[in-house]
Design a protein. Sequence first.
Length: 512
Amino acid sequence: MAGRASKIVGMTASVSADLLAYDDVLAKFEPVMGMEVHVELHTATKMFCPCPTEFGAQPNTQVCPVCLGLPGALPVVNRQAVESAIRIGLALNCSITPWGRFARKNYFYPDQPKNYQISQYDEPIATDGHLDVVLDDGTTWRVEIERAHMEEDTGKSLHVGGATGRIHGASHSLLDYNRAGVPLVEIVTKPIVGAGERAPEVARAYVTALRDLLKALDVSDVRMDQGSMRCDANISLMPIGAKEFGTRTETKNVNSLKSVEVAVRYEMRRQAAVLVGGGEVIQETRHFQEADGTTSPGRRKETAEDYRYFPEPDLEPVAPDAAWVEELRATLPELPWLRRARIQAEWGVSDEEMRDLVNAGALDLVIATTEAGAPASEARSWWVAYLSQQANTREVALTDLPITPAQVATVIGLVADGKLTNKLARQVVDGVLAGEGEPEQVVAARGLEVVRDDSLIKSEVDKALAANPDIADKIRSGKVAAAGKIVGDVMKATRGQADPALVKEMVIAACS
């Protein structure tokens, strides 16, 4: 046995255990997963009031009596949020509920000023769907969707004075209610069983596919780093051959695709060590630690009964007309994976090349660059190579670089027209990234356009040959490769602005 655990004594005892080796986990247990993904909709206003939803505003500047839960303030449903929720449900192959009510979910936390959250309980907007996800080896796994329901987000707590940013050890807490009331759709899967060793991979692939789908629907910016898409991973283990699920834990607010996979794997190994050591898994929330890929205890997990749901008396039922639902169905875009397959065939790239584009977050940027007139191969090269390097250096996402696909297409066009070399083009891109203006403005300001003065280039060629008579003799004797040294000297003398192909022609001609 790879680890031992002390057995729980009473309700307050805790388990301390080493992790069980992953192969040993799989030999003894079958993992069962349930994924809950919260998606903030990018509506202009909140779910039940006209307050704005802009991310990053000064604390408590986007609030009103409704989202603060002040007495006498009445909520009104955001139609656009309902529309987005229906489109999400349709894209997930769900049935849209023809009549449903909001409910009050009662719980007492400082980040919820009303002491209850307006949500949907037994009558969600969408039910019984599925999402087919593609795993790393190209196989498809169907994840069954139990429900997608609408609700409002909570406020945000900032714990000050501790080492971890959590309430434990903090000297005090601050509350920002700007986020309270922002429209949310929570998407809940049915239990995912049978994935075995691939359970962590399935979890990552599901959240990845869901993010891509939501982005294609244009209902959210799905920024996991900003909390507009948050994943809770429910994990339990049942002994091989058992029929009943084990006790689950819920790892909260995992905020990257990689972390989803890491968190599931870690929790499988941790729970297995507890069970093999004779302990019991506690039904609780867990916090994922990005620094070391571990989870730590949060609070005991409530059941639905603990929330004391009851119908929200201040809101009318949501009853989308069947004709409206069909109108919304007609607005669904091409599914991301079908779009990728089509584009891959059009570009003639391999599965590996397409995965690299997707993993780099470059696919949409490359598509936009080609739509602006650039060849696909050149667009791929710029975004996956040089611009990805710049993003890594700046520690930002590729999409956050201060350069547009249209600007990249312009640079590619200048190279194709012979006005820039590839080396000069990188300097132009650097100028755009530095905020120096459009590509043409950077070319003019920095004097980067390729030199077209043949007499000037010829003069520099003659100087370089005169300074290197031994190399000139090699070229005259037929060793054309030796011309590279002369070409390099001329390019240096012209600050890289000469056309290297033209320089090489002149060198060979001069030595003939």
